[in-house]
Design a protein around this ligand. Structure first.
Ligand SMILES: Cc1ncc(COP(=O)(O)O)c(C=O)c1O
Length: 401
């Protein structure tokens, strides 16, 4: 008899590396190169990890042979604590900061540590799909609140409030956002804080893109807006510092902390022993010097130019509309399907892949409510992005009604 996977996995998915990604790899095996705009992994597109980080790792390799403390090397947690304190956080304690193998591991651990069967967590739609999956895997139920395309993809706080029940334990926000590129307005953040405070909810804020900001925009860490909510703020090396492969991230409890939840998280951290130790020794250099990412998002910088190109080119297609990303590495355009012979977002992505060899991810892969969106990654250089835009435009023209 076949040995079956755990039933806890039955409704979980991760579209970014899902079946369409396998299809793209199959096409490549058959000799058809695919333009992969499906994943926010800067290194393959020529983004180098800032130099000081490599030195930090090399210099400490000898000290990195053994396990570290299960929460992370103390001097690294002290550095993270100092950095966030300098950036407006109050009451932080290094002994409460958790270093993880990327933000991903910490998201999963937090959900495992918090949830009982049937507990609900408010997760954005669209979301970064690990959040929905991690809630499910932790035994909880992800309840999606809508982010409003007409309001620069800011969360619809009224919708959020309507979805709070006696089982709701937490709210998740992703700011700057993957997949929409939104950077949330202060007044929206204050409303979310007020909700979390009123209903005694943990506020998880995924801020892994907090330096990937365009047009001189400021990012406001939500945890700096109150002391009366249990905040968990996530940051990491993958995006601001192009070091996805290092697998380095952290989560910072602040505000009205819950000792029992943190005790649970501590237990889980001890069970996985520690995060990658060589990587931990790159964190101080990363936080000390953010000049590389600042240059990339400034006027004339590579990421800003690429953001501009993809926004201009996609918006120029009759039947496609796009909110211009204010942060992160993604855009989430809408296709007006009434103008094309395309059934839905999934049919669009498969057609685009098989006919034009461009890989993007369908909006429903981000748990979005309609089937008219897709996410495009704008990491490739301008020439490659222009080529991708041409192919998308040609594909849509071929299906125009
Ligand atoms: C919003 C968001 N959170 C977390 C992650 C995972 O990051 P890490 O590489 O630190 O696990 C990603 C990766 O794309 C992301 O987009």
């Amino acid at each position: 008899m076949e040995i079956l996977k755990s039933e806890r996995l039955n409704n979980l998915s991760y579209a970014i590396r899902g079946p369409i990604f396998e299809k793209a790899l199959e096409l490549e095996r058959q000799g058809h190169p695919v333009l992969k705009l499906n994943i926010g992994n800067p290194a393959p597109f020529g983004f180098d990890v800032p130099p000081g980080m490599m030195e930090g790792m090399k210099e400490h390799l000898k000290q990195a042979e053994g396990y570290s403390h299960h929460l992370g090397v103390m001097e690294v947690r002290e550095t993270v604590c100092r950095y966030y304190t300098q950036h407006g956080f109050t009451g932080l304690k290094p002994e409460e900061i958790f270093i993880g193998n990327g933000v991903s591991e910490l998201i999963i651990m937090c959900m495992q540590a918090l949830l009982n069967p049937g507990d609900e967590v408010l997760v954005p739609a669209p979301d970064y799909p690990l959040w929905t999956a991690a809630v499910g895997f932790g035994g909880g139920k992800a309840v999606h609140y809508v982010c409003d395309e007409a309001n620069d993809w800011n969360p619809d706080v009224k919708d959020m409030e309507q979805k709070i029940t006696a089982r709701t334990k937490a709210i998740v926000i992703i700011n700057p956002n993957n997949p929409t590129g939104a950077v949330y307005k202060k007044e929206v953040l204050l409303e979310i804080v007020a909700l979390a405070e009123k209903h005694n909810l943990v506020l998880f804020s995924d801020e892994i893109y907090d330096k990937v900001l365009y047009d001189g925009l400021e990012h406001i860490p939500v945890a700096t807006l109150s002391d009366n909510v249990h905040f968990m703020t996530f940051g990491g090396l993958s995006k601001n510092y192009f070091a996805c492969g290092f697998r380095g991230g952290w989560v910072i409890p602040s505000g009205k902390r819950s000792a029992s939840f943190l005790e649970g998280l501590n237990l889980l951290a001890s069970m996985r022993l520690c995060a990658n130790v060589p990587t931990q020794y790159t964190i101080a250099a990363a936080l000390k010097d953010d000049s590389v990412i600042r240059g990339m998002v400034a006027d004339g910088g590579r990421l800003k130019e690429q953001r501009n190109l993809i926004h201009t080119r996609m918006s120029a297609i009759d039947g496609v509309s796009c909110v211009k990303p204010k942060g992160s590495l993604y855009m989430f355009p809408r296709i007006d399907l009434s103008k094309f012979n395309i059934e839905d977002d999934v049919a669009f992505t498969y057609g685009l892949l098989t006919e034009k060899k461009v890989l993007v991810v369908a909006g429903t892969g981000f748990n979005f409510i309609d089937k008219e969106h897709f996410r495009i990654v704008f990491l490739p250089d301008l020439a490659t992005l222009a080529d991708a835009a041409d192919r998308i435009a040609e594909f849509l023209e071929s299906r125009r009604k």
